[in-house]
Design a protein around this ligand. Structure first.
Ligand SMILES: [Zn+2]
Length: 292
């Protein structure tokens, strides 16, 4: 398997207040204050980050929140000044990601109606005038109608369209940010990112492409509402809760709920039914013992 090095690092601001919003020529910008403290992290170790990005609301505050946690997208290589990014460029990209993720989910769910609706409205090409100046043109996306005319099944047409849309974005980066290289020790081919030009946006597009190719399954955590990847063969609890922290929080919430219901006069049997536990466990919780 080829993959981008997991150790790829990106910078995020240490303080949320380091992200500023401003307006230049009627265009809203966000950026990191000059001299603000930043710290490196490894975005590829957060495999569901692209899903989280696809949920991003199209408000300045939502974008600022995301940038404060994960840093700027790194659109500088596409013509933006290095320390500032246009808000519209963020909105455009979260919309693009949302379309890709929605079409993929529709395909996985066998939701032909939703898939067809999305196919009729693929996201428009994104970018800056400078892309064109640099000769970075998106590859043409073929028309789904043409494929259907030659008898390609509808779900295959949808997968083809999805691949075209994702490739049109990947292509922008392959010019210099990501390339095939022969590994030093093994002599095998692998995909490498170039530190200077790789970006968080590249990572998000890469995560999307990889998750489509590997049919990764993602789930929203029932406690913190964040997306996380479900590894094959995991048990039921690990399919609804993302981490040890959320598992213990869920446990504490259930105990607290049981105790609340007991105070409200509910019987152990009713409480057990309400929170989906057994009567013995509930009795222990009500008595104040902490046992699972
Ligand atoms: Zn969680």
């Amino acid at each position: 398997m080829i993959s981008v090095g997991q150790d790829f690092k990106w910078l995020h601001p240490v303080e949320k207040s380091a992200i500023f919003l401003s307006t230049v020529d009627d265009l809203d910008l966000l950026g990191v204050l000059p001299g603000a403290a930043t710290a490196p992290y490894q975005p590829l170790r957060l495999p569901a980050l692209f899903r989280q990005f696809s949920d991003l609301r199209e408000t300045a505050e939502a974008v600022r929140e995301f940038a404060a946690q994960y840093g700027l997208l790194g659109l500088a290589s596409l013509g933006d000044p290095a320390d500032r990014e246009f808000l519209f460029a963020w909105h455009e990209r979260s919309r693009w990601m949302r379309w890709c993720v929605s079409l993929w989910d529709a395909l996985c769910d066998g939701d032909a109606k939703r898939g067809a609706a999305l196919t009729r409205k693929p996201p428009p090409p994104m970018g800056y005038p400078s892309d064109r100046a640099k000769g970075l043109l998106r590859s043409a996306v073929n028309s789904p109608e043409e494929w259907m005319q030659v008898g390609m099944p509808e779900d295959v047409v949808q997968r083809q369209l999805l691949a075209d849309v994702v490739n049109s974005e990947l292509q922008l980066f392959t010019t210099d940010a990501i390339r095939l290289e022969v590994a030093d020790y093994t002599g095998e081919l692998h995909l490498a990112t170039r530190g200077g030009t790789a970006s968080l946006w590249l990572v998000l597009v890469w995560q999307l492409a990889e998750s489509l190719a590997e049919k990764k399954v993602f789930q929203r955590c029932q406690v913190c509402n964040k997306w996380f990847a479900i590894e094959p063969g995991v048990n039921k609890v690990d399919r609804v809760l993302c981490s040890a922290a959320c598992k213990s929080r869920a446990y504490r919430m259930r105990v607290a709920r049981a105790q609340e219901l007991a105070v409200a006069g509910k019987k152990a049997r009713e409480i057990a039914k309400d929170i989906g536990s057994d009567v013995e466990t509930v009795k222990k919780w009500i008595a104040g013992k902490k046992e699972g």
